[in-house]
Design a protein around this ligand. Structure first.
Ligand SMILES: Cc1cc2nc3c(=O)[nH]c(=O)nc-3n(C[C@H](O)[C@H](O)[C@H](O)COP(=O)(O)O)c2cc1C
Length: 209
């Protein structure tokens, strides 16, 4: 309850602290958005309004939100390669498979997410437990979750893509070998309302004892 209130307050602050995006796309414009509203309206968007742009300053605000995410021993292994120029966006969109490419057409920003290996899940160079670099992937997912929720709170839409050519993305951005290439995230504005996914019954995924 306390944590939920804190998050709602944090998102309220984010909303009030100067959203420079297309205001009509914000979850709510006249009053602060609640965390529940962010959760309910954040969906994977596969249809983008190509007439709307996003500035580097706006993307920076969202990346600052990722820095609030927890990480193993505060290792902060996540890194982001932001494609914003039309040429770079086109180059990245050619590396996410044909279906994804069609679905993200018109999204003005594509972000390649990586994590630095050998940090999360390691202590003095030694793997701490059986998960190993899986903790880096875990931390990257957490950071990305902050990104997509902060994005929704400010009225943007996203699609996380695990279908991508990591080798070619590595070459495109000169990503060093000590980083694992994870998802590509599109950032833009929905052109139509996204599908609502079905969710498994809670009792299938949680046990109480
Ligand atoms: C790690 C990961 C990889 C994904 N890869 C793709 C992808 O390549 N293409 C796609 O259309 N959606 C992809 N998705 C989106 C999921 O299909 C989507 O999150 C899921 O269907 C639930 O829908 P929702 O995001 O609207 O709640 C991915 C999501 C995650 C978390």
């Amino acid at each position: 309850m306390k944590a939920n209130l804190f998050f709602a307050a944090a998102i309220t602050l984010v909303m009030l602290s100067g959203c420079t995006g297309n205001k009509e796309n914000a979850v709510q414009t006249s009053k602060a958005v609640t965390f529940d509203e962010v959760l309910a309206t954040r969906r994977s968007v596969r249809s983008y309004d190509a007439s709307k742009t996003i500035s580097e300053a706006e993307v920076r605000e969202l990346l600052v939100a990722t820095q609030e995410a927890p990480s193993w021993a505060n290792q902060q292994p996540s890194k982001y390669y932001v494609a914003m120029s039309p040429e770079k966006v086109e180059a990245v969109s050619n590396l996410v498979g044909e279906r994804n490419k069609q679905n993200i057409a018109g999204a003005p920003v594509l972000i390649v997410c990586t994590y630095e290996k050998g940090k999360s899940g390691f202590f003095q160079g030694q793997q701490t437990n059986e998960i190993g670099d899986g903790w880096g992937a875990y931390d990257n997912g957490l950071s990305n979750a902050y990104f997509i929720l902060a994005a929704r709170a400010k009225g943007y839409d996203t699609l996380i893509m695990g279908m991508r050519d990591s080798d070619e993305l590595r070459k495109l951005f000169n990503i060093p070998a000590n980083e694992e290439v994870m998802a590509v995230i599109s950032l833009g504005y929905r052109a139509s309302e996204p599908n609502q996914p079905t969710h498994r019954p809670l009792d299938e995924i949680a046990q109480f004892s």
